[in-house]
Design a protein around this ligand. Structure first.
Ligand code: SME
Length: 173
């Protein structure tokens, strides 16, 4: 069915302002460029983590929390984030974050209520993705994103977010 001029104009405008294509998928290539632009001339790790969380908060649809936990003395300690206040420390092996840290790989949870030991910081959260930050065989911390929608994160999100973290890792000295 042909779309009205208003509809197609609105769709083009959406794609222009929000990074989301007509298929509803996020343009991670564009997000990579935006992140690169934000962190290129900055060497401070906290500043770069803060801007990365703000960028993801601004651009990712259907999320209610995004931020970082940093590995300090065998605990995950809350770092820069956007969203409601969250638990300050997570023990390795606990919750989705602690599990991803121990397993050392990305975990995508379609329904957090089915995940044994899930730590509920915001009752609105229904699905979650956690991406560990590895550099030279060392775990620095992890990216954690919550969504109020069941099954929010697919393989494209996983690949896109892992790629973004590679860019960020180059500026976490
Ligand atoms: N849900 C996480 C805890 C951190 S909050 O989501 C911000 C977990 O189970 O590890």
């Amino acid at each position: 069915m042909p779309r009205s001029i208003e509809d197609s104009t609105e769709a083009r405008l959406d794609a222009f302002v929000s990074n989301t294509g007509h298929d509803g998928n996020l343009n991670y290539g564009l997000l990579n460029q935006q992140l690169q632009g934000l962190i290129d001339n900055e060497t401070d790790a906290i500043a770069n983590l803060a801007n990365a969380s703000a960028l993801l908060w601004q651009e990712l649809p259907k999320i209610n929390w995004v931020g970082f936990y940093l590995l300090k003395q065998e605990q995950l300690v809350l770092g820069p984030f956007q969203g409601k206040p969250a638990c300050s420390r997570i023990t390795l092996g606990e919750g989705v974050c602690g599990t991803a840290a121990v397993m050392g790989r990305t975990i995508v949870v379609a329904d957090v209520h089915q995940f044994p030991g899930h730590i509920a910081c915001d009752l609105a959260s229904k699905s979650e993705i956690v991406v560990p930050l590895w550099r030279n065989g060392q775990l620095l911390g992890l990216l954690d994103i919550d969504s109020p929608v069941i099954d929010r994160f697919d393989y494209l999100d996983q690949q896109g977010l892992e790629g973004l973290m590679q860019i960020l890792l180059a500026r976490l000295d």
